[in-house]
Design a protein. Structure first.
Length: 575
């Protein structure tokens, strides 16, 4: 009797929740296994159907779907789940094809003739915003977009979990399934994918935390027995290998306050401390994002409190400190991270934007220090970390207010550190990041008339977050993130005029080649809905590795060259 790899009936929509169906399809062969295959169908509020990871086209299946609604959206959620798009597109020419970021640039896809209309991101498009949430899981060459259907609390994955039932496989494949770690009841990502994900673990913390925070009732995936009940608990069990760390309780019992926590570096920092067991107090203007982030921190095992706060309001910052103490009894670490910027000619920019930049970057940090320093003195310990910038060491043209705020914040930090030097257990620290891939460019004001590009050498927000953790663990006065920050400090100290001329020339050259752009105040004066993640998406859109990886590669290459030259010289001497 032939084994039934996929669960019958095949090519038939089977309801699993209101407006959600699965379609089991004939098996495929991957990684030496005969794998079951599944498509998920979601009906949107207007009656349109979304086909997630379409399986092979079948006329009978298409007819059954037509009875459920109009097929409008075809989703290729990962690099391995696009092969059947063309036939569905031909059957439904008005359907929109959506794909994981980067898929349309792959050689096989271009050669296939498949047309991809839109790329997916962490932000749901208008077509299903409010109904389905999206989470991009990206690690090196791997990218997969996970979908969460809010109404039914159904999470739809692709390859992040594979849970094959060994008894459905040919006998010779069962051992291989266990070795790959994809056997039912113990299913995870295949071992080769786990190794890739493990190598990129820091940047995966945010998307995994979001998935766990959904606490889904059920979890559907493309291959194997899906989680029909207890979805949240089983999802955590399946992803535990990615979350477990020796330092998971390193900051247990310690309270960390993070301002500017709704996106960018602040979001990454909150998750980094949450993973290590800290109590988190999250502050920013966007209350909805704070609540989501607090849920993600709790999903990582931390306790978290969201306190909507405008750091330019000194009384509001004092209330933030009071709320922190009321919830967790004390404050151990306070991170002043909120920041904005305005780029453009000083005399052509509304002074309100300049003033607001100073208020957020400098006065906001001073308000934080004013709130927490008396508490540190009273309890006899505490660490204040100010997120400053490379801009505090190297002045930048067309960013006068930002530069002033960062030079001022560095001076304030150093002065306060001296004042508190008689308190040996109270530390005042400055962190100086180089260019970071965050939504900061979307949030900043731009009156230059040109589009802004941060350049190729970008570090990840997780790099700064891990620096915060390191400084909290071992406080030190000033810590750069990325060699450009350290180089900028040295260059301006040794040759300030030459450094100014070099930066000025580089900025002007970049602007001369930039495309025109309308002026915008960004989120400087009023909070913006844009830019909700830790990453700003620059590295992904440029298809570049992080500055840390790129710098290490360059240093390694130079090291190899140096070793090679040394060997050649030694060989020549022996002759």
């Amino acid at each position: 009797m032939a084994l039934e790899i996929s669960t019958p009936p095949l090519n038939t929509p089977k309801p699993v929740a209101d407006d959600v169906w699965i379609v089991d399809a004939p098996a495929i062969h991957r990684a030496g296994l005969t794998l079951p295959l599944r498509m998920t169908v979601i009906r949107l509020a207007g009656g349109e159907l979304l086909l997630h990871s379409p399986t092979a086209f079948d006329a009978g299946l298409a007819a059954a779907l037509d009875e459920l609604g109009r097929v409008r959206h075809l989703i290729a959620p990962s690099f391995g789940h696009w092969m059947f798009l063309q036939a569905w597109r031909q059957a439904y020419p008005e359907a929109i094809v959506w794909a994981a970021p980067g898929l349309k640039r792959r050689r096989q896809v271009r050669a296939s003739g498949v047309t991809i209309d839109q790329e997916l991101s962490d932000t749901p498009p208008e077509a299903w915003a409010g109904q389905i949430e999206q989470v991009v899981v990206r690690a090196g060459p791997f990218a997969e977009v996970e979908f969460f259907h809010r109404a039914s609390r159904t999470l739809v994955l692709t390859d992040l979990i594979v849970d094959v039932e060994p008894e459905r496989l040919p006998a010779r494949q069962r051992g291989r399934a266990r070795l790959l770690g994809v056997a039912a009841s113990r299913g995870k990502a295949p071992i080769y994918l786990r190794l890739l994900l493990h190598a990129n673990r820091p940047q995966l913390l945010a998307p995994v935390a979001r998935l766990l925070a959904f606490d889904p009732e059920r979890v559907i995936f493309a291959h194997g027995r899906w989680f029909e009940a207890d979805g949240g608990a089983r999802l955590r069990e399946a992803l535990d290998w990615l979350l477990s760390r020796a330092e998971s309780g390193e900051f247990a019992g310690r309270t960390v306050v993070v301002t500017g926590a709704s996106s960018g570096i602040g979001r990454a920092a909150a998750l980094a401390f949450a993973r290590r067991g800290a109590n988190l107090v999250l502050a920013a203007r966007r209350a909805d994002l704070l609540q989501d982030l607090a849920a993600e921190c709790r999903a990582l095992g931390a306790d978290a409190l969201a306190v909507p706060t405008d750091v330019t309001d000194c009384a509001a910052v004092e209330q933030l400190a009071q709320a922190s103490e009321a919830r967790f009894s004390r404050i151990d670490i306070w991170i002043n991270n909120a920041g904005v910027g305005v780029f453009g000619r000083f005399h052509e920019t509304d002074v309100a934007l300049h003033r607001r930049t100073i208020e957020v970057n400098l006065l906001g940090a001073m308000h934080g220090a004013a709130a927490v320093t008396p508490r540190f003195v009273r309890q006899g310990f505490g660490t204040l970390i100010n997120n400053i910038s490379i801009g505090a060491w190297s002045p930048t043209p067309f960013a006068a207010a930002y530069t002033a705020s960062k030079f001022g914040l560095r001076g304030f930090t150093a002065s306060l550190r001296q004042e508190l030097s008689d308190h040996r257990r109270i530390h005042v620290c400055g962190v100086f990041p180089a260019m970071i891939d965050t939504p900061g460019f979307a949030h900043g004001a731009n009156t230059s008339g040109r589009s802004l590009d941060p350049g190729p050498l970008l570090y990840r927000p997780e790099d700064v977050a891990e620096t915060f953790v390191s400084v909290a663990r071992r406080p030190r006065a000033e810590t750069p993130v990325g060699w450009p920050a350290a180089a900028g400090k040295i260059a301006y100290a040794v040759a300030p005029q030459l450094t100014e001329r070099g930066i000025n020339a580089a900025i002007r050259a970049s602007l001369s080649q930039a495309k025109p752009a309308p002026p915008t105040s960004g989120a400087v004066l009023i909070p913006s809905a844009a830019g909700r993640a830790a990453s700003g998406g620059w590295l992904q859109s440029k298809r570049l590795p992080s500055g840390r990886v790129l710098s290490a590669a360059v240093a390694g290459g130079l090291g190899v060259v140096a070793i090679g030259l040394t060997v050649i010289k030694l060989a020549q001497r022996r002759r």
